[in-house]
Design a protein around this ligand. Structure first.
Ligand code: FPP
Length: 244
């Protein structure tokens, strides 16, 4: 029987909602709504197959530059998702964390985020990080600012501890849907050794079979973390020489 290699932590740039909607002559916000459906299914499937951490990019620091009706649509969608989805996520054992700068969000949304986090704080099946008003550069800067304010030395380890995702290990697999092949200011620090997977599928179409395809691709990768291939899998000849 072949055993499936399931990544511990999957991170996703959920791109392609706008194009999904435009292709159907729908407003872009309709694509984001469909994106919430895809996200719900993705969280459930990841929990089912044993992924321990799922981190998604829901709204970037740069997304404020979108047309005002799209920005307000995304804010409303978040507020609605908090009311509608959190009780179910709680029942499924999902622990929610919001990652990003909350200072620009409305009081209503901010309170909703805090409530969702405290309500699910005891769950252990899957950690679900929702990056909202997030940017990788923002995260590095806020971590450095924390250390400076405390007068702490800036080292890789101290920065790592001050980053917004310090509660989880780095992502093993970073997926981007929608056909673009870039990181777009997502997990700049934590993605240093993530395996990257790009797919043309638009986010609303990214279903369980598409997750399986990404994981199958990941399973074939050799993760060297700066080492050589030979260091990871010593050849039988080298092993015999070593033993002699
Ligand atoms: C990128 O697609 C997607 C976003 C900016 C928003 C992602 C949000 C969701 C999937 C919904 C979940 C949201 C909440 C609030 C939890 P795009 O709009 O850039 O698509 P395009 O490249 O086709 O234009």
């Amino acid at each position: 029987m072949t055993q499936r290699v399931v990544p511990n932590h999957i991170a996703i740039v959920m791109d392609g909602n706008g194009r999904w909607a435009t292709k159907r002559f729908l407003p872009r916000v309709a694509g984001h709504k469909k994106g919430v459906d895809a996200l719900r299914a993705c969280v459930r499937y990841c929990g089912d197959i044993g992924v321990k951490v799922l981190t998604v990019f829901a709204f970037s620091s740069e997304n404020w530059n979108r047309p005002p009706d799209e920005v307000s649509g995304l804010m409303e969608l978040l507020a609605m998702a908090l009311t509608r989805e959190v009780p179910q996520l709680q029942a499924e054992g999902v622990r929610i964390h919001f990652i990003g700068d909350r200072s620009k969000l409305s009081d209503k949304v901010r309170n909703g985020l805090t409530q969702a986090e405290s309500m699910t704080a005891g769950n252990t099946r899957l950690v679900f990080n929702i990056c909202f008003n997030y940017g990788g550069r923002w995260d590095i800067a806020q971590a450095a600012a924390q250390l400076a304010a405390r007068g702490e030395a800036i080292t890789e380890a101290s920065l790592d501890r001050a980053m917004a995702l310090a509660h989880v290990p780095d992502p093993d697999l970073l997926i981007r849907t929608g056909g673009e092949q870039r990181i777009s200011n997502f997990l700049l620090w934590q993605g240093a050794y993530s395996e990257l997977y790009f797919t043309d599928k638009l986010w609303p179409e990214f279903d369980a079979a598409a997750i399986d395809a990404a994981i199958a691709d990941y399973a074939g990768r050799e993760r060297r973390f700066g080492r050589t291939s030979e260091q990871l899998t010593p050849s039988p000849l080298r092993a015999r020489r070593k033993a002699a």
